[in-house]
Write a protein that binds this ligand. Structure first.
Ligand code: ZN
Length: 193
């Protein structure tokens, strides 16, 4: 019985395509909120915005309508981000972040979602990010982060990699790697339709 339920949920996650024409792209942090942990050399907010702008360009080239919660280094509160998302119709919400840890060895890609209707989007993006990352698969996880709980549209939060890991951070310093990851995220979003 448990197996059948698991199978049903898996099929539901992978088959039921989402109908959307707009993607709300949410670059994590910004302004006085640098993200990451104190003393981190590469600031999360800068890379998150860079990735977001890359994903935005790719999605627009594919005819998608996009809305960005921030386009520059400014602070936007979490309720404001949610309000922007909830104003959109036929839309999904993708929040872009980078991870950090006190343990230098931690590396890899994590994808979060909260409501079941967001599971497909999470899995589609995550699989492609892991392939492009050449790093560890830290799995898709269900968690009640504020922006995931409060958005009414399907919503995911991506942790593209660890900036506290020397090798992973060095890869993300290369524009070609950021572009590869951005292509993977955009492809995942488009595949969820
Ligand atoms: Zn973050």
């Amino acid at each position: 019985m448990r197996f059948l339920l698991a199978l049903f949920l898996l099929l539901q996650t992978h088959i039921a395509a989402l109908a959307f024409t707009t993607v709300v792209l949410d670059a994590g942090h910004g302004g006085h909120d640098r993200g990451g942990i104190p003393g981190q050399r590469i600031s999360e907010k800068t890379l998150a915005l860079d990735m977001t702008l890359r994903v935005n360009a790719i999605l627009k080239a594919h005819g998608m309508r996009t809305v960005l919660t921030r386009k520059s280094d400014v602070f936007v509160s979490l309720p404001e981000r949610v309000a922007i998302a909830n104003r959109q119709r036929n839309a999904v919400f993708v929040s872009i972040h980078f991870n950090s840890a006190r343990r230098e060895g931690a590396c890899g890609v994590e994808t979060y979602y909260h409501s079941r209707k967001s599971a497909r989007l999470a899995h589609k993006i995550h699989a492609r990010m892991v392939r492009a990352s050449r790093s560890e698969d830290r799995r898709v996880r269900q968690r009640g982060f504020y922006v995931l709980r409060k958005t009414r549209i399907p919503a995911v939060l991506l942790e593209c990699g660890f900036l506290t890991n020397r090798q992973e951070a060095a890869r993300f310093m290369q524009p070609a790697h950021r572009q590869r990851m951005a292509e993977a995220i955009a492809a995942g979003i488009l595949a969820a339709r």
